[in-house]
Design a protein. Structure first.
Length: 180
């Protein structure tokens, strides 16, 4: 099993929405620029996420996308399966295929256990968990261009809170650099 670029870009795009106040609608080109992913590809991915009820879309001027639930209520497993479909480490573990030897096959048993553990990790991890550990690709590129290394200094504020910009500590500068 390999999570495709679609799964990766989907999670990254949703993390960009996590940085906004609850319900704020963001245009797809803004999200794509922040995470440095192709706009048209992200648009297709977000259509799948909207169909799965993870985000909502708004058309027209001021349109874009917004999270439907709090980041702490959206598991990475929900996101990946909305984009990639059910996780199956091997063909015989796919519910649609079915394997007549699955109950007596040692390899199928081992792969089934590994698949369950991967799914448990993805299910136990929410977008809220990841948002405090993620720095936007665009911000990282800008920092590297200036010779600055950024690392998350603290979890991001909860969605909808009125707090100061989130500090990111640079081991090079010792001074916090702030997101705009």
């Amino acid at each position: 099993m390999q999570i495709t670029r679609a799964g990766e870009y989907g999670v990254l795009g949703l993390l960009a929405l996590c940085r906004r106040p609850a319900g704020e609608v963001v245009m797809i080109d803004v999200i794509a620029a922040e995470e440095e992913v192709p706009v048209s590809f992200l648009g297709k991915i977000f259509q799948s996420l909207a169909r799965a009820g993870i985000i909502r879309s708004a058309r027209g001027s001021g349109g874009g996308f917004a999270l439907v639930r709090k980041p702490s209520e959206i598991s990475v497993l929900q996101v990946i399966e909305a984009i990639e479909g059910p996780i199956a480490l091997q063909r015989c573990l796919d519910d649609d295929v079915g394997c007549e030897n699955i109950t007596g096959c040692a390899l199928c048993g081992l792969l089934s256990e590994a698949q369950d553990r991967v799914k448990d990790v993805f299910q136990a991890t929410t977008l809220g968990d990841l948002s405090g550990r993620h720095l936007p690709a665009g911000l990282m590129r800008q920092a590297r261009a200036r010779g600055i290394t950024l690392t998350p200094a603290a979890p991001l504020p909860a969605i909808g809170t009125d707090t100061a910009p989130v500090p990111f500590v640079s081991p090079v500068e010792e001074e916090p650099a702030f997101l705009d």
